[in-house]
Write a protein that binds this ligand. Structure first.
Ligand SMILES: C[S@@+](CC[C@H](N)C(=O)[O-])C[C@H]1O[C@@H](n2cnc3c(N)ncnc32)[C@H](O)[C@@H]1O
Length: 335
């Protein structure tokens, strides 16, 4: 599929949409920011409430095509930027006072089904894995990145214990000829992991996750996106994040713990103390997950984890504190 093909042929399920809507209550009107427009599922559902406005972002060209359809339908209430959400607070004015800022991380069903992108193991096209607005492709990473760095990326960003073995195998192949497609890469990884043959899922899954995260600097984006969102929200504004893998969810959980009312309270039996560095009230300490019915209908939703919190009035004085916790990710992703 390419960008000019119809997106309508692909079944698109906005993950945990009902929970998202019940948290943000768009029926009360106001402005909402959808940082990951994708197929526009969330944005469109919010725009169905007539007194809402939506500002959406996505780095992907396919999403821009989809956004153009919504722009025709809601010319006065919808705005779209083809941008990375790390630039959120450069795009949106602080005085906008959004009701909620939403992140639904990862890939859209359109990106996953697009063979040209090389996100799937079977793709014989160019080894790309770019979501959009990138400075390198998976082809560059696999063929030219230093072997040791490649091993660390696979190990840390893929949570893959065999990072070194896989990087050695990739290096052996690329010395003979460039590795050009995702299919080729998957078969090299499978060969490297052939000792372990009782896999429930494709043995290349973790390596693909690692390369995709690196190519798109996904962890750096998330850290900067959360900081941007906390800066933009004012009292009562809601920050919602739907994450799909443990690295992302760990960052989100850390963020809310660090800047929430719960963090610095010594015990739940003590009354909550007003803490000047807390920015959010965590409504649910525990993560929310999709219903069984949703998982039945859309298997991809099974790993979704939703966290949200409500902004208070305190100023965000120390974003560096959070950045410093994850300096290793910035370094690893070369950001
Ligand atoms: C899971 S999809 C979102 C689906 C959407 N909620 C819907 O209802 O259709 C994630 C989208 O986020 C976009 N995305 C991921 N990282 C991004 C970033 N750093 N900046 C902007 N968009 C990003 C991807 O391109 C993809 O289209």
């Amino acid at each position: 599929m390419n960008a000019t093909m119809s997106l309508d042929k692909i079944k698109h399920y906005p993950v945990m949409l009902n929970q998202v809507l019940s948290i943000i209550s768009p029926q009360r009107g106001g402005t909402y920011i959808d940082c990951t427009f994708g197929g526009g599922g969330y944005s469109e559902a919010i725009l169905k409430f007539s007194n809402t406005k939506v500002i959406s972002l996505d780095r992907d060209r396919l999403s821009e095509n989809r956004a153009n359809i919504l722009l025709k339908k809601f010319p006065k209430r919808f705005n779209f930027f083809r941008e990375k959400f790390s630039n959120l607070n450069k795009l949106v004015e602080k005085k906008l006072n959004p009701q909620a800022i939403i992140f639904d991380l990862g890939l859209s069903s359109f990106q996953l089904s697009d063979r040209e992108r090389g996100f799937s193991f079977e793709s014989e096209r160019f080894l790309n894995m770019e979501m959009g607005i990138n400075d390198c492709s998976a082809y560059d990473v696999i063929n030219f990145l230093d072997k040791e760095h490649l091993a660390t990326i696979i190990k840390v960003l893929g949570d893959e214990k065999d990072g070194k073995i896989i990087a050695n195998k990739i290096d052996k192949y690329r010395r003979k000829k460039p590795i050009k497609s995702s299919k080729e890469l998957a078969s090299i990884v499978i060969e490297a992991k052939k000792k372990y043959n009782n896999y429930k899922r494709n043995p290349a899954t973790k390596t693909f996750q690692a390369i995709r995260i690196f190519v798109n600097k996904e962890l750096t984006e998330l850290i900067l996106g959360l900081i941007g969102a906390a800066t933009l929200l004012s009292k009562g504004g809601i920050l919602i994040v739907v994450a799909f893998h443990s690295l992302e969810d760990r960052i989100v959980k850390n963020f809310f713990n660090l800047y929430s009312n719960l963090k610095r309270n010594p015990s739940r039996y003590f009354p909550l103390k007003e803490n000047k560095s807390s920015l959010f009230k965590l409504v649910h300490k525990k993560v929310l997950i999709p219903t069984l019915d949703e998982i039945d209908e859309n298997a991809r939703s099974r790993s979704a984890k939703l966290r949200y919190a409500v902004r208070n009035n305190n100023s965000f004085v120390d974003p560096e504190e959070f950045k410093n916790k994850f300096l290793n990710y910035f370094e690893l992703e070369g950001a």
